[in-house]
Ligand binder design. Structure first.
Ligand code: HEM
Length: 561
C-alpha cells in the first residue's frame, strides 16, 4: 500500500506546486474539473439524463453541431429514432420526438396555449431588417401577422381565384410551352428532354409571385417565345438565389448567434447607408440593396402603395391590413415587403422540390403504367388561356391517383425534412409524459416523423419505397389506414405555425400534373450528354440537408401522346 501512496502524494505535490506557480496550469486544471463536473451532471443528473441517445450527444453540443456541419442532421436523427425509438436526446439541451402525441404537445399545444415558441434559428429569416410571420418567434409576434393574410390562402379563396382568373392554369400552359421551346429534341425518340429542376422553380416562382402581388406584377420566369432581356434576367437572378450562402448551415447559426447578430447589424447598417446615399443621388430610388428577389419584393410593394391595384392579393391585404391585438412592433412597407419576400421563398423551394421528386419518380419504368392510370382518370381539359371551371378544378384536386403520387412524394421526400426547432416555455412542460425544463430545445424532424408512420421503417424490414398505391382505397381497412396516414403526415407541419401555403401548393402541383399527363408520357432521359449546371438535387439553400435522388441526372423526356 505504502509503495503506491508515495508516488501519488509526490505526484499531487508536483501538480499542486506547478499549478500554484503557473497560471496556465491552474486554468487548465480548473477547466478540466469544470468539464468533468458538467459532463457528469449532463450524463447522470440532468432532468434529461433518462432519455436514450448517444452518450457523447448528452455530454456536448459539439456532437450534433458536427452533424449539422456535415449536413447530416436529418439522416442522423432519423437513424437514431430507428435505434432508440420515439424520443431521443440529441444534445445536452435538445430532444427529438416522433410520436403523434409529442408533435401535438409541441406544435399545436392545448387549450389557450398554442405550440411552443420557435427556436432562435428562425430569426435569420428576416428581410430588410424586419420580422415576418415565419421568422417571428413568439405567438404574440406571430398571430396578428397570420390574421392579416390567412384568408388569402384559404382553400375557398384559392379555388375561386383560379376559377375566376385562371392564373395557375395559364402558367401550366407556359410550363409545357417552355419544355417544347427550351428542351432538347431527341434524335432517336419523339419529344423534348429538359432538366426539370429549374423549370419547376420558375413555375413555382411565377405562381407564388402572382398570388402575392397580382398577375400584372408576378414574375414571368417561364417566359415566352418572345423572351426579352427582363425575362432572361429574372431567370438568371432566380438561378443566382440558389447559390449556397450562409443560410446553408442554418443550425450552426443558432449556436453562433452572436456572429449572426453582428452580421445582421452590419447588413442593416449597410442598407441604411445605401438608402441615404441613394436618396441623395436619385430622388426616387428603386434599388435598395440585396438580391434581385429582395428588390423585386420591395419595389412591388412600393409600386402597389403608389399605384393601388383592384386585384385582391396578399400584398394588398398587407398594405391595408389593420394591426390588431397587442403589438409592440412597427409595421411599415418594409414589414409588408419582408412578409411578401418570405412567401416567395417559402413557395418556391418547397413546391418545386416536391414536383421535381414526384416527376423524377413517376418517370421510372416501373411507374409508366401508373401514368396511364392517372391519364385515364382525368376529365377533358380546356385550353390554357381559358380558366378551368370550379367543377374541373375540384375533380382534379380530388382525383385519387393524382393525390396518391403527391402524398407519397410529400411522405417519402418531404421538401422540408429537417428539425423544426421549438423551445420549452418558462416553467417547463411535460411532453409525451416527460418533464422538460424551460429552455430545452424540444422538436421533431419532418422526415423522421413521416418515416415513423411506415411499418417497413418501424419494423426495420427494409428500404422505404416510393409506393403511391399505398394511398389507394379498395377496402374499409384501406380507408381507415389511409385516413390515419393522412392525419399524421407531417410534411406541412401542424398547429398555428403550420404551412399557410398548403392549398396553393397542392393546387399548383395537381393542375400541372394533370396537364403534363394529359399531353405527354414522361420518361427518364439517361442518354443525354448535357451538363447540369447546378446541384439542386443534392443541396438546397436552406431547410433541406438530404440529397434524395443522387443518381438522377435531372433530365426527363416529355414524349407527346
Ligand atoms: C409542397 C410545398 C410546401 C411544403 C412541403 C411546405 C412546408 C412547410 C412547413 C413544414 C412549414 C412549417 C415550418 C415550421 O414550423 O417551422 C411551413 C410554413 C410556412 N409555409 Fe409552407 N410549404 C409548402 C408550400 C408553401 C407555399 C406555396 C407557400 C406560399 C406562400 C408557403 C408559405 C409558408 C409560410 C408563410 C409558412 C410560415 C407559417 C407561419 O409561421 O405561420 N409554403 N411550410
Amino acid at each position: 500500500m505504502a509503495i503506491f501512496k508515495i508516488p501519488i502524494q509526490l505526484g499531487g505535490f508536483v501538480l499542486l506546486n506547478s499549478t500554484v506557480n503557473n497560471p496556465l496550469s491552474t486554468f487548465v486544471l480548473l477547466a478540466l474539473v469544470y468539464g468533468f463536473t458538467l459532463a457528469t451532471y449532463r450524463l447522470l443528473f440532468s432532468p434529461l439524463s433518462a432519455i436514450p441517445g448517444p452518450k457523447l450527444a448528452a455530454v456536448t453540443r459539439l456532437w450534433i453541431l458536427y452533424h449539422d456541419y456535415k449536413n447530416q442532421r436529418t439522416d442522423t436523427i432519423t437513424n437514431l429514432h430507428k435505434k432508440y425509438g420515439p424520443v431521443v436526446r440529441i444534445g445536452p439541451n435538445e430532444v427529438s420526438f416522433t410520436s403523434t402525441s409529442a408533435v401535438k404537445d409541441i406544435y399545436t399545444g392545448s387549450g389557450r396555449e398554442g405550440g411552443f415558441p420557435k427556436g432562435f434559428m428562425y430569426a435569420m429569416f428576416t428581410h430588410y431588417g424586419r420580422y415576418n410571420m415565419f421568422s417571428s418567434l413568439t405567438s404574440e409576434a406571430h398571430s396578428w401577422r397570420r390574421r392579416m393574410i390567412a384568408s388569402s390562402y384559404s382553400l375557398t379563396n384559392i379555388l375561386n381565384r383560379e376559377a375566376g382568373k385562371g392564373d395557375i392554369w395559364r402558367t401550366v400552359g407556359e410550363y409545357l410551352e417552355h419544355v417544347r421551346r427550351e428542351g432538347v429534341e431527341s434524335k432517336t425518340r419523339p419529344g423534348h428532354s429538359i432538366d426539370i429542376y429549374p423549370v419547376n422553380i420558375y413555375f413555382a416562382c411565377d405562381n407564388v409571385s402572382a398570388h402575392v402581388f397580382g398577375e400584372e406584377r408576378g414574375t414571368r420566369a417561364l417566359g415566352s417565345a418572345r423572351d426579352n432581356v427582363e425575362i432572361r434576367l429574372q431567370r438568371d437572378s432566380i438561378d443566382d438565389w440558389y447559390i449556397p450562402t450562409r443560410r446553408e448551415k442554418i443550425y450552426l447559426w443558432t449556436d453562433f448567434n452572436i456572429a449572426l447578430r453582428c452580421f445582421e447589424t452590419f447588413e442593416k447598417t449597410a442598407q441604411k447607408f445605401l438608402r441615404i446615399i441613394q436618396r441623395r443621388v436619385d430622388l426616387d430610388p428603386k434599388y435598395i440593396g440585396g438580391t434581385f428577389l429582395h428588390n423585386y419584393a420591395y419595389n412591388n410593394m412600393r409600386d402597389l402603395k403608389d399605384r393601388p391595384s383592384p386585384e385582391l392579393t396578399v400584398a394588398k391585404n398587407l398594405l391595408s391590413g389593420k394591426v390588431s391585438g397587442k403589438v409592440s412592433e412597427i409595421f411599415d412597407e418594409f414589414g409588408a415587403a419582408s412578409e411578401s419576400m418570405d412567401h416567395m421563398l417559402a413557395g418556391m423551394d418547397t413546391t418545386s422540390d416536391t414536383l421535381s421528386f414526384l416527376l423524377a419518380m413517376l418517370a421510372l419504368p416501373e411507374y409508366h403504367q401508373y401514368q396511364e392510370k392517372i391519364r385515364s382518370s382525368l376529365p377533358d381539359l380546356p385550353p390554357f388561356d381559358q380558366p378551368l371551371s370550379l367543377v374541373d378544378i375540384n375533380h382534379i384536386l380530388t382525383n385519387p391517383y393524382i393525390n396518391s403520387v403527391i402524398k407519397e412524394t410529400l411522405l417519402i421526400f418531404p421538401a422540408i425534412p429537417v428539425t423544426l426547432p421549438r423551445v420549452v416555455p418558462s416553467g417547463g412542460r411535460v411532453v409525451d409524459g416527460l418533464w422538460l425544463p424551460e429552455g430545452t430545445l424540444a422538436s421533431s424532424s419532418v422526415r423522421a416523423v413521416n418515416l415513423a408512420l411506415l411499418p417497413e421503417f418501424e419494423e426495420n424490414t427494409g428500404n422505404v419505397r416510393w409506393e403511391p398505391s399505398r394511398w389507394l382505397i379498395s377496402t374499409d381497412a384501406d380507408k381507415d389506414r389511409t385516413q390515419e396516414l393522412e392525419r399524421r403526415l407531417w410534411s406541412f407541419g401542424s398547429g398555428g405555425r403550420g404551412c399557410i401555403g398548403k392549398h396553393l401548393a397542392l393546387t399548383e402541383m395537381s393542375l400541372l400534373l394533370a396537364a403534363i399527363l394529359a399531353n405527354y408520357n414522361i420518361r427518364r432521359e439517361d442518354n443525354i450528354a448535357l451538363e447540369v449546371p447546378h446541384s439542386h438535387w443534392t443541396c438546397r439553400r436552406s431547410f433541406r440537408d438530404i440529397a434524395y435522388l443522387k443518381d438522377f441526372n435531372g433530365f426527363l423526356r416529355f414524349e407527346p401522346l
